[in-house]
Design a protein around this ligand. Structure first.
Ligand code: HAX
Length: 425
């Protein structure tokens, strides 16, 4: 058994008991109300999900298990994975053990490559990623043990097995998608001894003389892991897993949601928007030109991608993490420079539009510019990188939900007629 499994075997029973007793004591306590506005507004802000892996206060941004994300930027993604699951950062021995587990589990079955090769090259990389995760579903330990009659107390253990196996394999799968999709040559096998993020960078085959791309990939994978449970991808995977669909089904479903332009696909949209600006002005524009370009986008009924957020009301700290990285590693990159210029111009415009609640940049407004600098110029791949990292968060949430025994989710829908009646009453 892994040290992670051992640790969770000690902490999870305490967590289970706490929640069971809490439900008994406070089951009838009202904690929120549903207004007609919230119902018609995408259930925005209704407190109706339990998530202990992370939280996102509107005025702070992402906090993972009590640690603000800007305090985690020097950590490896696998350290954050441990933190998400256990509530503590791993010791050196625990980290080594987890890395050993991931290395041991990372071999991708050959049939996955057959599925990849059979797909049309013009498939969106997110469709390919999600299909390959589904292809792996037959490996699910959760599904197998469930069919063998596993008891409820063991659900989290089987989910953890699936989580570890999936997280271990995703970098090789995602790197293979990159090389296949853009005709970059044969797959690159993992190199022993590399950490999880650096290994992903290596398998993509990007030339990385000073290690900058590996550093970016570690940061990228660290900051994208989790964002509490109400966002579309986490919420979806959470809901699917509540039916006891295994982590392969639930992760693939969640990542389908990540592939929407209002969510994770925004990073692809941002890069395209920035390249359009550079093309139109034959290089970096003046602030006045950029202002006019942004107003044109808004005037044509489109959103400015990478700006605004359903929860945040401050600059996304993940944006700050990438901004700091870019200022240190590639301050002269034209596309990165443009993203920093947009940060000075666009919020001033968005602040003047009353309906927009958050005029500030989110993570997607800048992440792609750094990838672009290192040669990952294919914007429609960016959400795959996001997804590989986010799988850690979704899987961690699933382990915790199976641990406390979350029942199948089943909110209630009502007809407009019934809503009208309730509103008039
Ligand atoms: N540009 C133009 N209009 C915007 C806007 C932006 N960046 N952000 C919000 N708005 C508009 C909304 O479209 C909405 O207009 P309508 O009422 O006409 O539909 C209005 O302002 C109110 O929206 P809001 O309450 O401020 O924001 P929402 O919670 O409804 O939506 C979104 C949050 C992130 C979807 C929104 O800000 C947006 O579309 N941003 C651009 C896309 C983007 O960057 N998405 C990534 C978000 C982060 C993420 O999930 N990453 O994975």
């Amino acid at each position: 058994m892994s040290l992670l499994h051992d640790k969770l075997s000690k902490t999870i029973p305490v967590y289970q008991n706490e929640i069971k007793n809490f439900a008994k004591t406070y089951g009838e306590k009202v904690i929120d109300q549903v207004t007609v506005g919230a119902l018609l507004g995408g259930q925005r802000g209704i407190k109706s999900l339990l998530c202990d892996t992370s939280e996102v206060p509107a005025d702070h941004g992402l906090i993972i298990r009590g640690v603000p994300i800007l305090k985690l930027v020097d950590k490896l993604p696998e350290e954050v994975f441990w933190l998400l699951l256990t509530g503590e950062l791993p010791s050196a021995d625990e980290l080594k053990d987890l890395q050993g587990e991931l290395e041991k589990r990372r071999t991708v079955p050959a049939y996955v490559w057959n599925v990849l090769e059979a797909l049309p090259k013009d498939s969106h990389p997110m469709a390919v990623l999600n299909l390959l995760i589904l292809a792996l579903q037959r490996e699910s330990v959760f599904a197998k043990r469930y069919n063998e009659g596993m008891g409820k107390d063991d659900y989290w253990k089987a989910s953890l097995e699936d989580a570890l196996n999936l997280v271990a394999r995703l970098p090789e799968i995602a790197a293979a998608i990159y090389r296949w999709k853009y005709d970059l040559g044969p797959r690159i096998a993992p190199k022993p001894g590399l950490d999880w993020g650096a290994s992903y960078a290596y398998m993509m085959g990007i030339e990385d003389k000073n290690g900058g791309f590996a550093r970016l990939m570690r940061l990228y994978m660290t900051v994208h892991t989790d964002h509490e449970s109400g966002n579309v991808s986490a919420h979806t995977s959470h809901c699917v897993a509540s039916a006891l669909s295994d982590p392969y089904f639930a992760t693939s479903a969640g990542l389908d949601g990540l592939a929407g332009p209002l969510h994770g696909l925004a990073n692809q949209e941002v890069l395209q928007w920035l390249l359009d600006v550079l093309k139109k002005f034959n290089g970096n524009p003046s602030n006045e030109q950029l202002d006019a370009f942004a107003r044109d986008t808004l005037g044509s009924g489109r959103v400015i991608p990478g700006y605004g957020h359903a929860v945040l009301r401050v600059v996304d700290p993940r944006f700050t993490a990438f901004m700091d990285f870019g200022l240190k590693e590639c301050p002269e990159s034209p596309v990165f420079k443009l993203a920093t210029q947009v940060f000075h111009v666009v919020p001033e415009i968005l602040k003047t539009i009353q309906k927009i609640k958050d005029p500030w940049p989110n993570v997607d407004s800048i992440s792609g510019t750094l990838l672009y600098h290192y040669g990952v110029t294919q914007a429609n791949y960016y959400t795959v990188l996001f997804g590989v990292s986010r799988a850690m968060g979704m899987c961690s949430q699933m382990v915790m939900s199976r641990a406390w025994g979350e029942p199948i989710q089943r909110p209630k829908s009502i007809t407009f007629k019934a809503l009208d009646k309730l509103a008039q009453a």
